[in-house]
Design a protein around this ligand. Sequence first.
Ligand code: COA
Length: 260
Amino acid sequence: MAYENLVVEKKPPIGYITVNRPKVLNALSIRTVLELSDAFKDMRDDENIRVVILTGSGDKSFVAGADISEFQNLTPDGAREYAIRGQTLLNLIERLGKPVIAAINGYALGGGCEIAMACTIRVASENAKIGQPEVGLGLIPGYGGTQRLPRLVGKGRAYEMILTGDPIDAKRAEEIGLVNRVVPQTNLIEECEKIALAIAKRAPLAVRYCLEAVDRGLNGSLDDGLVLEANLFGLVFGSEDCKEGVRAFLEKRKPEFKGR
Ligand code: COA
């Protein structure tokens, strides 16, 4: 697929996806959502890519939400499809099987906050402004905001953001656990790369099972989550990498993981 609205780059083990519509602060048009789906599937299927970094182009905005100009003639049924299309993309990101780091380089509003929340880890630059402003447009969040935000920051804090529609700054986002850390904008990608490379040193299957255990576990009961964890713990013992990791520790050397 030729991308009109994305810049996609691969420097194994890291894949970079940049939403590139700076004139509209990287708002997500329908085409952008479809392009993102294609780009993330490509990163998922490329075994040389271990971690994906998602960001927005320019120094002002990560993603300023869904493209509001596409809302004008939306019917209720069309709006439902619109929400499902976005939710499907965000589920793909959340369950990619490899970590996705959101490098939040400015506004992350509405769909921008939502896509960041579907990522595994969020790093924000000092100028970031994060929020769910939909109520100000007479709407509600439609790309998972009402579900992922309370799971990340707790019900009361999520209500405050969703009901006032007011964005919070990077410092506050870090305080409430909406982002993992805040860094100067000039270091943003470098900091994300450091995290990505730390993860990429680890056993790929183990990383994938950790993602699955946490994501699926959080959607169910503690008991079901513990069963899943024990099953994945068992499964990982069948991997060559597990044998290599344990052997390397005992032989006091660095492991060489192969992703098998
Ligand atoms: N959809 C479509 N266009 C958008 C957009 C969005 N979500 N967010 C910004 N834009 C466009 C603006 O319309 C403007 O276009 P123009 O130059 O043709 O007028 C351009 O991007 C620059 O935005 P502008 O509003 O001039 O920048 P600003 O610095 O004054 O304000 C924001 C920045 C993010 C506060 C403001 O653009 C905004 O509130 N955007 C909408 C955010 C939102 O509600 N998102 C959720 C949608 S459900």
